[in-house]
Write a protein that binds this ligand. Structure first.
Ligand code: PLP
Length: 445
């Protein structure tokens, strides 16, 4: 173990990690195997993966069906290109399947290897769409503060969390961020968006981009009427709406795609993560029929955009099997049912503990906010590390969650695998209660 951790420090530069801390303390968890909602470390200790790792292992760990689908495809044709005049059956079948599952007239898929590539692709495609219609000046992307869209060039800039632009050295031009509906009202958020559209000039805006629920921002769930109003506003100004369904796609929120909870259809939709439950890297963009029509009629020559692994045969074969299992096992319905119970459980915890503020969930995507004084909605000061302390207590009890600390807010996020049972949920809730209680006692001492 120690030998591996020393090698890890020396040779493995980890993503989204404090490099200093990792060098001083070493990685904390060397995961060796997984089964269902559980992960096991190299010491044999078991953890409940209440984050589905990175919001993505929808069908749970250790599913041999996906291993077999990958092996079968690899033996037949591990890789072949989808460039130019080449194509292959798993790519075609998965594109057809996703088109069928997608709402409204979202009907054609461009594949990538993950969420960042998908959002960069959506941005390039929508700019291309305007350019071939003689409007190259329509380049601006309006997104939301606290939104997260990935770490490639354009998706970093679409992200509404400034630390990501600082890492990149700067933000690209032509990206604008409006206020969210979080800690505000639909009316105020829509007004902020309208002001951005007006200030920039709608004739310079290529698209509006948003997650149905901001995940990395802290599982921020907009009010019931928010996206209907967004859709109306985008229609009023003739601005396409790109929904980033990277976290919310494939059943996470109790519907196949997150925006269905608002009854709204976007013009483009990006996906990744849950499409393969993380068993293979895969993502993509689904485009509407009218956008596809323009691309078909007006694009001249080659589309100068494509990844080696766009439509990777093995990844798409795994995606197909994964979606088949999600449907066969009723996991979208299970996410809705167990998600409702999760929210009830959060509310019971809130009643019992003084430092729990707002709790929220939609399907199996939820959060608990820690506050110093719920009545006054007063946050703990950052130095108290309330959120990280709860994450640490959960870790001790064998539960993996993600903490989001933003300014002074402390948010504990939950996104367990969609296979979770009621008994497993009760186990998590008990450990969450004990962990927050322990931190409450430390902080209120
Ligand atoms: N969009 C959203 C909403 C995400 O949560 C993420 C990743 O967490 C991404 C995009 C980026 O996806 P990836 O890390 O696969 O590039």
């Amino acid at each position: 173990m120690e030998h591996l951790i020393e090698l890890d420090k020396k040779h493995f530069l980890h993503p989204s990690t404090s490099i200093q801390q990792q060098q001083e303390q070493g990685s904390k968890l060397l995961v060796e195997s997984g089964e269902g909602i559980y992960l096991k470390d190299n010491q044999g200790k078991s953890y409940i993966d209440a984050m589905s790792s990175l919001w993505n292992v929808h069908i749970g760990h250790g599913r041999t069906e996906l291993a077999e689908a990958a092996a079968e495809q690899m033996k037949k044709l591990a890789f072949s290109s989808a460039f130019s005049t080449f194509t292959h059956e798993p790519g075609i079948r998965l594109a057809e399947k996703i088109a069928k599952l997608s709402p409204g007239n979202l009907n054609t898929v461009f594949f990538t290897s993950g969420g960042s590539e998908s959002n960069d692709t959506a941005i390039k495609l929508i700019r291309h769409y305007w350019k071939i219609q003689g409007q190259p000046e329509r380049r601006k992307i309006v997104a939301l503060k606290r939104g997260y869209h990935g770490v490639a060039a354009a998706s970093t800039s679409a992200t509404g969390i400034p630390e990501f632009w600082e890492m990149a050295g700067h933000m690209m031009t032509d990206f604008i961020h409006a206020n969210t509906s979080y800690q505000s009202t639909t009316e105020a958020a829509i007004q902020s968006l309208r002001e951005k559209f007006e200030a920039e000039g709608p004739e310079t805006i290529a698209a509006f981009m948003a997650e149905p629920i901001q995940g990395a921002g802290g599982v921020l769930i907009p009010p019931k009427d928010y996206f209907q109003e967004v859709r109306k506003l985008c229609d009023e100004y003739g601005i396409p709406f790109i929904a980033d369904e990277v976290i919310t796609g494939f059943g996470r929120t109790g519907t196949m795609f997150g925006l269905e909870n608002w009854g709204v259809v976007p013009d483009m939709m990006t996906f990744a993560k849950g499409v393969t439950s993380g068993y293979m890297p895969l993502g993509g963009v689904v485009i509407s029929e009218p956008i596809h029509e323009v691309l078909k009629q007006k694009s001249e020559g080659t589309l100068f955009h494509g990844f080696t692994y766009s439509g990777h045969p093995t990844a798409t074969a795994v995606g197909l099997k994964n979606i088949e299992l999600i449907e066969k096992e009723g996991l979208v319905e299970n996410a809705k049912k167990i998600g409702a119970k999760m929210l009830e459980g959060f509310n019971r915890i809130k009643e019992k503990l003084e430092i729990v503020g707002e709790v929220r969930a939609m399907g199996l995507l939820g959060a608990i906010e820690l506050v110093k004084d719920p009545a006054a909605n007063e946050n703990f000061s950052k130095e108290l590390n309330a959120g990280p302390k709860v994450i640490e207590e959960l870790h001790k009890r064998g539960v993996i969650c993600r903490g989001v600390t933003y300014e002074n807010s402390n948010i504990i996020c939950f996104a367990p695998p969609l296979i979770m049972t009621e008994a497993q949920l009760d186990d998590v809730l008990e450990k969450v209660y004990e962990s927050i209680l322990s931190v409450q006692q430390q902080l209120m001492r």
